[in-house]
Design a protein around this ligand. Structure first.
Ligand code: OMP
Length: 214
């Protein structure tokens, strides 16, 4: 995945026309587009193929099953054109290892502490273990919360340098893009603050300006 702006768009819209409009409007400001269930379920996996013709696509399917089912999900996502996939670590080493093995040269990102308030209930308590699963399985990186920059920094420091950190929670969830990069993340994942804006391109450029004005 390239790294220019450091911004990954979470394209959680359910209308295909709107999705393609937003993707085209902000495409040159982004490093990748993340496709989650809302878009994949409403448009089918073909949307991944369509978007992947223009930009790297990460399938955020939060894969969380036994190794064999994980393998099948990962294979379908990459066959559709994804270049990365997001998986859960709480299912254990073997399940995450199956994802990494079958992603081939594609990226696997493991969710650690989640960004929403409920993320503190369970995921925060086992964040160190989730990071260890990601490291042991040789994942490309992890997902860590923009909403808790001190925790994001802590998680970054547990990781070897070559692993990347993708951080959701900027904008609608209250996180600040400057905090994300100050805490050592490699990419910010931003959804509603861009795709719900009247002018998505202007909104994306606004985040870049914020970074430039630090
Ligand atoms: P916005 O809150 O609209 O910016 O979207 C955030 C995106 O990041 C959504 O697609 C979420 O599913 C995703 N996300 C989180 O918000 N929190 C997490 O802890 C993990 C993810 C994720 O795995 O991407």
């Amino acid at each position: 995945m390239k790294k220019d702006s450091g911004i990954i768009l979470a394209l959680d819209v359910t209308d295909k026309e709107r999705a393609l409009f937003v993707a085209e409007a902000v495409g040159d400001v982004l490093d990748a587009i993340k496709v989650n269930y809302p878009l994949a379920l409403s448009c089918g996996l073909g949307i991944v193929t369509e978007l992947a013709e223009h930009i790297d696509v990460i399938c955020d399917f939060k894969v969380a099953d036994i190794p064999n089912t994980n393998r099948l999900i990962v294979q379908e996502a990459f066959k559709a054109g994804a270049s990365g996939i997001i998986v859960h670590g709480f299912v254990g080493h073997d399940s995450v290892e199956a994802c990494v093995e079958h992603a081939g040269s594609g990226d696997v990102f493991v969710v650690t502490e989640m960004s929403h308030p409920g993320g503190q209930e369970f995921t925060a308590k086992v964040a160190d273990d989730l990071v260890k699963v990601a490291i042991d399985a040789k994942a490309s990186g992890v997902i860590a919360p923009a909403t808790r920059p001190e925790r994001l920094k802590y998680i970054r420091e547990l990781l070897p340098e070559e692993m990347v950190v993708l951080s959701p929670g900027v904008g609608a969830q209250g996180g600040k893009i400057t905090d994300v990069f100050d805490a050592g993340a490699d990419y910010a994942i931003i959804g509603r603050a861009i795709y719900n804006a009247d002018d998505p391109k202007k909104a994306a450029e606004g985040f870049l300006e914020e970074l430039g004005n630090r």
